[in-house]
Design a protein around this ligand. Sequence first.
Ligand SMILES: Nc1nc2c(ncn2[C@@H]2O[C@H](COP(=O)(O)OP(=O)(O)OP(=O)(O)O)[C@@H](O)[C@H]2O)c(=O)[nH]1
Ligand SMILES: [Mg+2]
Length: 198
Amino acid sequence: MTQFAAIILAGGQSSRMGRDKAAIEIQGQPFLKKICLLATQCASQVYVITPWIEKYQAIAPSDCQMIREVALPGETEPHGPLIGFAQALTYVKTEWVLLLACDLPNLTESEIQKWSSYLETTPPEAIAALPKSPKGWEPLCGFYRRRCLPMLNEFIDRGGRSFQGWLAQHPVRELPVSDANILFNCNTPADLEQIQKG
Ligand SMILES: Nc1nc2c(ncn2[C@@H]2O[C@H](COP(=O)(O)OP(=O)(O)OP(=O)(O)O)[C@@H](O)[C@H]2O)c(=O)[nH]1
Ligand SMILES: [Mg+2]
């Protein structure tokens, strides 16, 4: 089975939720902790990329490596997940890395293990292996090749900030999804209420 690292993104504004999503507890466990523990079960090393290390190191398990995200020169606005990913990717040593948002409460270890079994047979030209939803690629819940970093940096240097825009320029392998619910993304108070109801 292919070994891989994992990167967890924890630097969003949570503007739709209205409060910090990473710290919201479901069954007594903050979102960020839950996704870190899941990643730890599957990946050889887990990195958490965030501008707020002090706030999150009490939440993330101690075997996860915290990486401090830095602002780009001349930029003060929140820069979004693509740049966080590029900064974290410089730490990765394995050929493949699993990128995860912190707001994926239904993702399971068995689904990740199933997806990882596709890595070995993914064509070398594919920069990523990702699930798809009717809206397009799910860029924050899937695998990337470490060697995509120079292409990613080039896209960012030209002003690119969108995963969909970047992925549209490269071959990507589609990963099958057992159940669409696995990809459920908790963005709003209504989403939260839905998962709390069970
Ligand atoms: N490190 C890092 N993570 C980010 C950044 N922007 C978003 N994320 C993370 O990416 C994942 C998906 O982001 P969204 O669901 O859009 O979350 P968000 O940006 O906090 O929420 P909205 O403000 O409502 O869009 C979450 O885990 C966020 O924490 C960023 O600039 N840096
Ligand atoms: Mg989201």
